[in-house]
Design a protein around this ligand. Structure first.
Ligand SMILES: NC(=O)c1ccc[n+]([C@@H]2O[C@H](COP(=O)([O-])OP(=O)(O)OC[C@H]3O[C@@H](n4cnc5c(N)ncnc54)[C@H](O)[C@@H]3O)[C@@H](O)[C@H]2O)c1
Length: 363
């Protein structure tokens, strides 16, 4: 795969460049670290063993480099681990001219980005995503954060990485379950903005990592376009939350034992059902979406028993809820999201309809 580059410009003159190419971790461009005193690679316990040395040897040609890692998994995406990482940065002498590189999946990216945004009131950082989910979604757009007892991503910041270095060859070591997690976000992007990509994914062998890699550049392009138009999620960006109101609530209700991609797959099935019931989602496209997501769902294996009332309670805490009313971004057809008469991409959804969708989901 030749290197593809994308660039996102933000209103405050900030820019983020995205590089996509096999072997990218070994050829990090120097220019992102000019004027940097030292570089800190933050990674998790699995990824640091697999790719830490490769990235560090590439970075140490640019500036003195150090590695810090934490136990892999969503449970580490906490304020406590963020605080421990900051303390390690301080012990190792990180100053305001240091830079952080987040090497890993979405957990590493969200956590390291969060730490970068608050350490000494903010140091520069880049993302080096190593899961499909992180390569097509979480590394782009500058949302950082940690989970709390009362829900997912409840503490966080908008803080843009200066660059995202995507090396698809890292996906060769990714467990199949994690690959399917990323596939959920590819399908989400296709449903919200790209019918052709949806048709291409539907025809694909969902088992083949080589085939799935082909969708990385286009999915990144969709995300880049949306976040460039609406960095702070005042309007359009909410379309990226399709499947996530119910998805995040399922993830939290399962105490994070269900993965993000699995939960979002279930979330899209439920939210697609709601859109159809409200007469918003074109029937033919609804059927196509449910058929594809049904196939993806089977790939995750057995499911936990989830209490619908718990899901409802977490959905009501969702950051898009307003005055206790749950709001969702819903599709109108594959490739286009619906807008209310007032022009908003958020549609209010009653508690009863949400509970019925969970009945449909878990029947
Ligand atoms: N910031 C955003 O915009 C955004 C968007 C979507 C999701 N997210 C967040 O992303 C997180 C989920 O990310 P994820 O699915 O990448 O999970 P993850 O970061 O936990 O990674 C999944 C597992 O794969 C391992 N792993 C990572 N790369 C590997 C590789 N190349 N080879 C082998 N193993 C590897 C990790 O160690 C981990 O055990 C959630 O916390 C979610 O909230 C954030």
């Amino acid at each position: 795969m030749a290197t593809a580059t994308l660039s996102i410009s933000f209103q405050n003159n900030a820019r983020c460049e995205i590089f996509i190419g096999e072997g990218m971790l070994s050829r990090i461009p120097r220019r992102f670290f000019s004027d940097t005193s030292s570089i800190f690679v933050i990674s998790d316990s699995v990824v640091s063993k697999l790719y830490g040395r490769k990235l560090e040897s590439s970075l140490s040609r640019i500036a003195p480099s150090h590695s810090i890692s934490f136990t892999h998994g969503e449970r580490s995406k906490s304020l406590l681990v963020a605080s421990n990482l900051a303390s390690k940065l301080s012990d190792l002498g990180a100053d305001r001219k240091s830079a952080i590189v987040a090497l890993g999946g979405g957990v590493v990216g969200d956590l390291a980005g969060f730490v970068a945004s608050i350490y000494k009131r903010g140091v520069r950082y880049c993302q080096a995503p190593t899961t499909l989910l992180a390569q097509v979604d979480s590394s782009i757009g500058g949302k950082t954060g940690v989970d709390t007892d009362w829900g997912k991503n409840q503490l966080g910041t908008f803080y843009q990485p200066e660059a995202v270095f995507i090396d698809p060859s890292t996906l060769d070591s990714l467990p199949r379950k994690e690959l399917i997690n990323g596939l959920a976000e590819i399908i989400k992007s296709a449903v919200i903005a790209d019918r052709n990509m949806f048709d291409a994914v539907s025809k694909e062998n969902l088992d083949s990592v080589q085939e799935l890699k082909r969708f990385i550049p286009n999915t990144c392009r969709i995300k880049a376009k949306v976040v460039e138009a609406d960095e702070r999620e005042r309007g359009l960006r909410s379309v990226l939350n399709y499947g996530h109101t119910v998805g995040h609530a399922i993830e939290a209700a399962s105490k994070f034992r269900m993965s993000h991609g699995y939960s979002v797959t279930l979330g899209m099935i439920a939210e697609g059902w709601i859109a159809r019931k409200m007469g918003v989602f074109l029937s033919r496209d609804y059927e196509k979406q449910q058929e594809l997501l049904g196939r993806v769902r089977k790939n995750f294996g057995s499911e936990l028993v989830i209490n619908p009332n718990k899901v409802l309670a977490f959905a009501r805490l969702d950051k898009k809820s307003s005055k206790g009313t749950i709001r969702m971004s819903l599709p109108e057809r594959i490739g286009r999201m619906s807008r209310t008469r007032e022009g908003s991409y958020m549609t209010p959804v009653s508690n009863e309809l949400l509970l019925s969708s969970l009945g449909f989901l878990f029947q």
